[in-house]
Design a binder for this molecule. Structure first.
Ligand code: PDD
Length: 280
């Protein structure tokens, strides 16, 4: 694989980042995951815009312009013959001379930018046919989940807790309400109405979320943006998640409680079809 590091395309084995990089030492960095379908980038504009916002919220400047970023994405797709999968992008506050909690002077310490590709079957995902099982766990992440930082230890632990419980993912609960999945936005469907948490600093503003809600409204489906409890979710007709890497993925059980007849629900399946059709 060819990866991109600080202005250069290099073989992955030759790619280097300093041990003093603040992404490595402090998780002081942000990221984006953009999917590729039929060799085409999905939602580049949305991801690039959210990246700019994440950077500015952390007082970081992008080392590249939006146009340059698009070109790097395209070049990596070309060089790696990527037809289906993801492009991972990370920008950190760079490698300061010493380990110091205070941010380094940006004039002296340029940010580190890394991109790589990952090939994966997204459209024909076996999980989408069966549906996912989720468990609920406490949301003990920091309060600025609207910034897409690389602090992913707790979501990673949540995924392990799910696996240990024989499930596929975890939905996180704060003050009795579902915030989101470990790496996706969460939805329930009741009486034909799609319910998903309203935007705020408690969740990541999913790019797929925005698109899926637009498609749902265009298809005359009813959408309600509000928080919901895990008890309400367990009584829902169906549930699903969205993210760049899963598109729309049905959820068939929560904490061992089957939803509906325990198979992917019609609304989730329909939205997944619409999303795939519109993306191709
Ligand atoms: N995760 N919520 C969280 C906590 C996420 O990490 C993600 C994305 C989403 C969905 O956002 P989007 O639709 O823009 O992908 C919601 C990416 C895919 C990841 O970490 O791999």
């Amino acid at each position: 694989r060819t990866v991109y590091v600080n202005g250069e395309y290099v073989p992955e084995d030759g790619a280097k980042v300093s041990v003093f990089d603040r992404g490595f030492l402090f998780a002081d960095g942000v990221y984006e995951v953009t999917s590729v379908l039929d060799g085409k980038l999905l939602e580049f504009e949305g991801h690039a815009t959210r990246l700019e916002r994440s950077l500015s919220e952390l007082d970081m400047a992008s080392p590249v312009t939006k146009d340059e970023l698009l070109e790097i994405h395209r070049e990596l797709v070309r060089r790696n013959d990527l037809t289906e999968g993801m492009i991972y992008l990370q920008i950190t506050r760079g490698a300061a001379a010493d380990r110091d909690f205070a941010f380094p002077d940006p004039e002296e310490t340029p940010p580190t930018i890394v991109l790589f590709t990952q090939s994966k079957n997204l459209a024909d995902s076996p999980a989408a046919k069966v549906g996912m099982k989720v468990i609920s766990i406490d949301d003990i992440r920091w309060g600025r989940r609207d910034i897409k930082t690389v602090q992913l230890l707790y979501p990673s632990m949540g995924k392990m807790m799910a696996k240990a419980a024989g499930a596929d993912d975890a939905w996180m609960i704060e003050d009795g309400h579902v915030t989101e999945g470990t790496s996706n936005n969460a939805y329930i469907v009741k009486g034909g109405k799609i319910i998903t948490r309203h935007l705020g600093s408690e969740i990541l503003h999913g790019i797929t979320r925005a698109t899926v809600l637009r498609f749902a409204r265009e298809a005359q489906m009813e959408v309600e943006e509000r928080h919901f409890t895990i008890e309400e979710a367990k009584e829902a007709d169906e549930a699903f998640i969205t993210s760049a890497s899963t598109f729309v993925m049905p959820v068939i059980a929560i904490d061992g409680v089957s939803l509906g007849d325990g198979t992917p629900g019609p609304v989730a399946q329909r939205l997944r079809e619409i999303y795939l059709e519109e993306s191709r």
